[in-house]
Design a protein around this ligand. Structure first.
Ligand SMILES: [Cu+2]
Length: 403
């Protein structure tokens, strides 16, 4: 489909249901759903339900055994969604060096799993989905991907409908970074976010912050009290990205004038601020080290010395708490993702913690991050970097259950 990102700014890409982002999908925890994936392209396709605890034959990863949907064919998937929270769906195809395919394409959307009963301590809910287009490799040798165009909810700043709000409303922003490769920092001029959930899971200590920081695949749920009437820009902190489209207008009813951007105060994002004291934790019996490093030839990423598809599977014990140790021995951070499970951060770069549950976590350069997970989703689960260019070049392994 040809998508209009802004005035006279068209991009040809692959989409779900004739729109970018794909439709906002609402499901109820525990209520069985049927999804028909109809592939009207020539390429085999794979659709992943990110953050869902569902079986490997429907999760949407070929490496776990979900069947590919071949070109010009269709397949029906049935599963029972859970757990409650801000989830999403996206293609799990490979892109390689093609910066228009897979994570670089328009194949992404938000999926909200509603609880059976919702206390609803907010007035309005607003999805915010970040993405980039027209990627190119930067001139240097490290194969870094840059982009010409940025969008929020599929439109460049000023090109789409504004978010219309009313003074005194509590607005729940569900923010998703659907970038293939880029971390983003987002602020709403003149306002503060109260972060209540990370990756859709309620945090132990909600915090007020001026900026949200999200790696590819991450979600942040944050409530904003609308108490500063005007017309504002919600957007990337980075001016170049904002000028290339990374923003959306937030308009109070009755306000007049041009959208205003106010740079947020300096702020360092820290997962630990949303956690609670580590307290006493029983050390799990199973500890799995996952050493992340580039291969000596520099072209491939490796986990425990091998690159996918040659990586060894790693094993957890069914029914128990298992600890994974992400040991990043490279000079860049990696947003690592585990399918079909939620894990709790137990140690972040040397600091013990608890109460932060995620499915993507940024492992900083030359640091270790430890997480605990309950092995209650039998079957293979894919573990990989959510940076598409790393995932496609070796940074993947399969987690298996040992009974
Ligand atoms: Cu990576």
């Amino acid at each position: 489909m040809t998508v209009e990102l802004g005035p006279k700014h068209m991009v040809k890409t692959t989409v779900y249901n004739d729109q970018v982002p794909g439709p906002l999908v609402r499901m109820t925890e525990g209520k069985r759903v049927t999804v028909d994936l109809v592939n009207e392209t020539v390429e085999p396709e794979m659709l992943h339900w990110h953050g869902f605890h569902i079986p490997p034959d429907v999760d949407g990863a070929h490496e776990e055994g979900t069947p590919m949907v071949m070109g010009y064919s269709r397949r029906r998937f049935e599963f029972t969604p859970g757990p409650t929270g801000t989830r999403w769906y996206h293609t799990h195809a490979m892109a390689g060096h093609n910066l228009t395919k897979a994570g670089y394409s328009g194949q992404f959307g938000m999926a909200i799993i509603e609880p059976k009963s919702d206390p609803g301590r907010y007035d309005v809910e607003v999805p915010i989905i970040l993405h980039e287009w027209e990627g190119f490799f930067s001139a240097d040798m490290d194969m870094d991907v840059n982009y010409r165009t940025f969008t929020i909810n599929g439109k460049m700043l000023g090109a789409g409908e504004p978010i219309r709000v009313k003074a005194s409303h509590q607005v729940l922003f569900r923010v998703l970074n659907a970038s293939a490769t880029m971390q983003h920092r987002v602020a709403l001029s003149g306002h503060t976010f109260r972060v209540i959930a990370l990756d859709g899971n309620a945090v132990a200590s909600p915090q007020s912050v001026p900026v949200l920081d999200l790696a590819p695949g991450e979600r942040v749920d944050a409530i904003v009290e609308m108490k500063n009437p005007g017309i504002w820009v919600l957007g990337e902190e980075d001016e170049n990205q904002r000028n290339s489209g990374a923003g959306i207008v937030v308009e109070y009813s009755g306000a007049q004038g041009k959208p205003k951007w106010l740079a947020p105060p300096k702020h360092t994002w820290n997962y630990l601020s949303f956690g609670t004291d580590a307290g006493h934790r029983t050390e799990p019996e199973v500890v799995v080290p996952l050493i992340i490093e580039p291969r000596s030839d520099g072209n491939l990423w490796a986990i425990n010395g091998k690159s996918y598809p040659r990586t060894d599977p790693f094993y957890v014990r069914a029914g128990e708490i298992n600890r994974l140790v992400f040991d990043n021995r490279s000079h860049m951070g990696h947003p690592v993702h585990l399918h079909r499970h939620t894990f709790e951060l137990t140690n972040y770069a040397g600091t013990p913690t608890s109460g932060v549950f995620k499915d993507v976590v940024v492992v900083p350069a030359m640091s270790r991050v430890e997480v605990d997970l309950r092995a209650d989703q039998p079957g293979p689960s894919l573990f990989h970097c959510h940076q598409q260019f790393h995932m496609d070049f070796g940074f993947m392994a399969v987690m298996q259950y040992r009974t």
